[in-house]
Design a protein. Structure first.
Length: 592
């Protein structure tokens, strides 16, 4: 975690320790809605997901998945990805101060502020590179799929805990639109509009716009103002065109700009009052682009999926949380990521397949400035760290999956080979103001230029047995991986006699899961249940060298997570729908 991040408050517990050892979650959500008998039956019989990169029914997928629809979000008054996660068992959201600093934990697997996420979030097939995206509003979303457990075979790196798929609403074939305006206390003002319809006979377009202005409710007497105000402006475009009888095109664009006040830790008995004096804010501008081309041949389809994401993120933090100017920090991060995938999918009733090639590139320019007057390094004088980081990741992969079905038995085997090249150029300077501003640096500036590569096989094996038409039993073994990275201040620390590793390696999860999917008789509803065991190895841990500002990461731990998930959607009456979900996760370190 970079020192600029605001730590999540967990009493008397290190965040990593609590995320693994103290995670004991039971969550229940009760939904009730008025619906027609026809809609209820459709919900039971046909829930289509793209979890396996091709459309299949939820009943036929041999893994634990929660699907949250736009209608589900309306029932609970939800607007964001965080609201959707509340309906998914064993999915926890952690916010680090601002609304954009969002991190997901699935089955106890998750952590923040490293080079890559652990739970990958995708918008229409485009993976998001940074948790700053994860605070997205879902005004343009049709559904959200929560895939629990590692998904490395089809989705690649950064899926140790799982995958979250956001599916945008497809344009309507007829002109349609809706407007939503909300007013609430604390000067909460929000308006959104969505328009959709045909452009030509074979081309359809939808667009949405969202604006929100919220006055903060955490008061700061030091500055005589509220701390956590928010202004958000977002929008989306989604175009679908049938170019020929065999060729279709999908183009989507999603953008969001947010200015968010960052509430610090309360230093008084009133949890809604803070006293810091340095500015605290977060400004983000996020853009996601996706282009999908699909050509249908007689016996298979060829799909091209292109993605591009860029994000600009600026934060200011008061690191001492007090009215004195003891420590503060700023950080500017500019991230760009592109991806290209070519995939074929086809087969027969008894044997289906998909295979593909994948490539992506990520560039992150990260500038950090930290001022600390708290007598660090034993010098009793103010110190400054300035970190200029240029990080890049180039990924190449080949993957495939075969589904073989014979009568009521289905066997699934998938395999991905992935190669990544990592590189960093980091200029680090450490100064101490012995004679005031302009003093020479405490140590000469250092430049860490390093490269690393990761090559890994990511398999998946599943067995799905249909006991009867509405009752499926399954078992799955799958593997996930996240690459390593570099400790950017290691050379500066070495000049002070502090030995830190210059890099750390990848970490892995292996998931063992069994489950049942049952569609109840007489269209009464459905029940999905899963039991799992996850082995987390070579875990990347974050530590701070004692008595210094130097944080570093190393592969120093192993952990396990085990638990269950149960989801029910019941229709006791044609006009009543009840949803009940619960999860239990027990995750702990085996070695640290």
């Amino acid at each position: 975690m970079k020192p600029t991040a605001i730590p999540t408050f967990v009493p008397k517990c290190h965040p990593l320790f609590c995320s693994l050892i103290c995670l004991q979650l039971i969550s229940f959500t009760l939904l009730a809605q008025t619906t027609s008998e026809e809609t209820a039956n459709e919900d039971i019989e046909v829930i289509t997901v793209v979890a396996e990169r091709v459309e299949r029914t939820l009943q036929d997928i041999s893994s634990s998945i929660t699907v949250v629809s736009a209608e589900d979000l309306k029932l609970v008054g939800g607007k964001t990805l965080i609201d959707a996660a509340a309906l998914a068992p064993n999915v926890i959201v952690q916010n680090q101060g601002g609304r954009t600093g969002t991190y997901f934990y699935t089955r106890g697997i998750g952590r923040s502020e490293l080079n890559f996420p652990i739970v990958s979030v995708n918008v229409n097939g485009v993976a998001l590179p940074d948790p700053s995206f994860f605070g997205l509003d879902l005004d343009a979303a049709e559904s959200v799929e929560f895939l629990r457990g590692p998904q490395g075979t089809l989705y690649g790196q950064n899926t140790l805990g799982g995958v979250i798929n956001i599916q945008l609403k497809k344009p309507d074939e007829l002109f349609a639109g809706d407007i939503d305006i909300q007013f609430a206390e604390r000067s909460h003002q929000e308006a959104s509009v969505r328009l959709s319809g045909p452009i030509t006979q074979n081309t359809f377009l939808s667009g949405s716009l969202l604006h929100r202005d919220v006055e903060g409710y955490i008061f700061n007497p030091t500055t005589n103002s509220t701390q956590n105000d928010e202004q958000t402006l977002g929008g989306s475009l989604y175009l679908i065109s049938q170019l020929t009888s065999n060729l279709s095109l999908e183009v989507n664009y999603f953008t969001q700009s947010r200015d968010d006040g960052l509430p610090q830790f309360a230093q008084r008995s009133n949890p809604f009052e803070i006293t810091n004096n340095a500015p605290t804010q977060e400004e983000t501008d996020s853009n996601i682009y996706g282009i999908k081309l699909e050509y249908d041949f007689d016996s298979f389809s060829l799909i091209s999926q292109t993605g591009f994401s860029d994000i600009s993120r600026f934060t200011e933090n008061d690191l001492d949380f007090s009215p004195i100017s003891a420590a503060f920090a700023t950080a500017q991060s500019d991230i760009e990521q592109w991806s290209q995938e070519f995939r074929i999918a086809g087969g027969t009733k008894n044997l289906s397949y998909q295979a593909g090639l994948y490539a992506s590139g990520l560039d992150n320019d990260f500038d950090v400035f930290i001022f600390d007057e708290a007598a660090q390094f034993g010098f009793g004088i103010p110190a400054v760290i300035n970190d200029l980081i240029a990080f890049s990741d180039k990924t190449k992969a080949v993957f495939g999956q075969i589904n073989w079905q014979q009568n009521r038995l289905e066997l699934i085997f998938g395999l991905r080979y992935q190669s990544q090249d990592l590189e960093t150029d980091n200029l680090n300077s450490l100064s101490a103001f012995v004679n005031g501003i302009g003093s020479p640096p405490l140590v000469p500036p250092t430049m860490l230029s390093a490269e690393d590569s990761v090559d890994e096989w990511l398999p998946r094996l599943s067995i799905n047995y249909s006991v009867q038409d509405d009752l499926n039993l399954y078992g799955t073994i799958s593997k996930g991986m996240r690459p390593g990275g570099f400790n950017d201040t290691a050379l500066s620390a070495e000049l002070l006699g502090i030995n830190l590793p210059t890099s750390f390696g990848p970490e892995f999860t292996t998931n063992y899961e069994v489950g049942v999917k049952w569609r109840l008789p007489n269209q009464f509803g459905r029940v999905d249940a899963a039991m799992y065991y996850i082995d987390w190895s070579d875990l990347q841990t974050e530590q701070i060298a004692p008595g210094t500002l130097f944080d570093f990461r190393t592969n120093a731990a192993s952990a396990t997570s085990k638990g269950i998930e149960v989801e029910m959607r019941l229709f006791p009456h044609p006009f009543i729908e009840i949803g009940l979900s619960g999860g239990y996760a027990n995750a702990e370190y085996d070695e640290f």
